[in-house]
Design a protein around this ligand. Structure first.
Ligand code: ZN
Length: 424
């Protein structure tokens, strides 16, 4: 048994915001009560959470663990260890591994590896099309039986509107969300950052915001046609957010996520340093303002990191040649506190929602602090100063633009199935 004492318990489901003791018994939450009121806690290990916030376990619904196939960049073991350090208790890994997770045997491989080597829960996402090649629909039902929680061709969009219709039709019958990496590849061809004054100044090839929003518009209309659950990954453009807002108003089952780097940085922050290269690229100032508004008003459903490790040998090259993507796990909570909460843009409860019940709802899961629920908890500080040093990360990669940044508040402990998997 583990007794978490005197923490400020925040639970979006029950709207609790009060100092409470939480007793964990094995893999489940046993009791939540006012401080000192739990009598059966004798002999339990005690975690003093005074001054800390205790919430349901954080979920990162968009990550790349690189296993199988690119174990020099990350493994399920190292990636989930970094996730635990970032306060995450569950992560959804994208299928663009080598081979692609487009069939039940790869899904089972990931689930089995995660059971043995994972520091946090791993919920795989299956490919939408075979090999994510955009030609034929993947073996989605078999992957669902093996444990996938959604489908996506992430790394690229679902290639055609016709295939998107077929996949959404099929996933509607299985009640699985379709996660879209929204990109019109013809508009984005050759681009390495967002098109604008910054790209002109740097002499780098840019893609317009419409490279994303054109695809979002296509998919929203196909979601309307099929009635499917559509989730827009790493939404970065104001025009895309307006599409999602419109879709929600129509009552469509359309959701979206935003990354910490897109609500923190803009295209003017890009230098020739490849740690500022990701897809979608850092957007314009007005896009960031729109994302901040969407995070506040409920248009955005989840914060997801798009943790995308690349080993130094392939990432530390010229900007033009480097692959897209940056690390995300360990700086997510610090950035959310810095950009959203300490600036009073959103209440703390809303931030917790964006990391817990928000992504859970997209995935058709529940997240709450209540007796009988799985003992997955995230404990974090609101004020402890700390500095992110990428060289201390358990990740195999080092591609973070936030190396050396000092934060006010961050993860203090991560508990998965009743076990403390990380303690700061
Ligand atoms: Zn993507």
């Amino acid at each position: 048994m583990l007794l978490i004492k005197n923490g400020r318990v925040l639970d979006p489901t029950s709207k609790t915001d009060a100092v409470r003791d939480v007793l964990l018994d094995g893999e489940t939450i046993s009791e939540i009560a006012a401080p000192g009121k739990i009598s059966r806690a004798n002999g339990a290990e005690v975690f003093d959470a005074a001054g800390l916030v205790v919430t349901p376990g954080f979920i990162d619904m968009h990550v790349h663990l690189r296993e199988p196939g690119q174990e020099n960049s990350e493994t399920i073991e190292t990636g989930t260890k970094a996730a635990a350090r970032g306060g995450f208790t569950a992560v959804c890994c994208m299928p663009n591994t080598r081979p692609v997770n487009d069939n039940a045997s790869i899904t089972r491989f990931i689930v089995d590896r995660a059971r043995v080597h994972g520091h946090v829960r791993v919920w795989p996402i299956g490919a939408a099309s075979i090999g994510s090649k955009g030609e034929d629909i993947a073996e989605i039902a078999a992957m669902r039986d093996a444990g996938i929680v959604a489908v996506s061709d992430d790394g690229k969009p679902i290639a055609t509107a016709k295939l998107a219709r077929q996949i959404m039709d099929y996933c509607r019958s299985l009640d699985l969300p379709v996660i879209e990496h929204a990109e019109d590849v013809s508009l984005a061809a050759g681009a390495v950052m967002r098109e604008g004054i910054a790209s002109t100044r740097l002499g780098l090839s840019g893609m317009p915001a419409a490279a994303e929003s054109v695809c979002v518009a296509r998919d929203v209309q196909i979601a309307e046609l099929t009635g499917a659950r559509l989730h827009i990954a790493h939404l970065s453009a104001k025009a895309s957010l307006e599409q999602v807002r419109f879709a929600k108003k129509q009552g469509l089952r359309v959701t979206c996520e935003v990354t910490p780097h897109h609500f923190t940085l803009i295209d003017e922050d890009v230098t020739y340093d490849s740690r500022f290269k990701m897809n979608p690229p850092l957007a314009a100032r007005e896009d960031r303002e729109a994302l901040l508004a969407g995070l506040a008003d409920g248009t955005v459903d989840a914060i997801a990191t798009d943790h995308a490790p690349h080993e130094p040998a392939i990432k530390d090259v010229e900007f033009d040649k480097a692959p897209f993507g940056i690390l995300g796990f360990e700086t997510a909570v610090g950035l959310a506190l810095e950009q959203l909460v300490h600036t009073n843009r959103i209440p703390l409860m809303r931030m917790v929602e964006l990391f817990t019940t928000g992504p859970a709802r997209v995935l058709g899961k529940e997240r709450k602090l209540a007796a009988g629920e799985p003992a997955d908890l995230t404990i974090f500080s609101l004020d402890r100063p700390w500095t992110f040093r990428v060289k201390e990360s358990p990740s195999k990669s080092r591609n973070s633009p936030f190396d050396g940044r000092t934060f006010k508040g961050g993860p203090a402990a991560t508990i998965v199935s009743g076990k403390i998997v990380h303690r700061a």
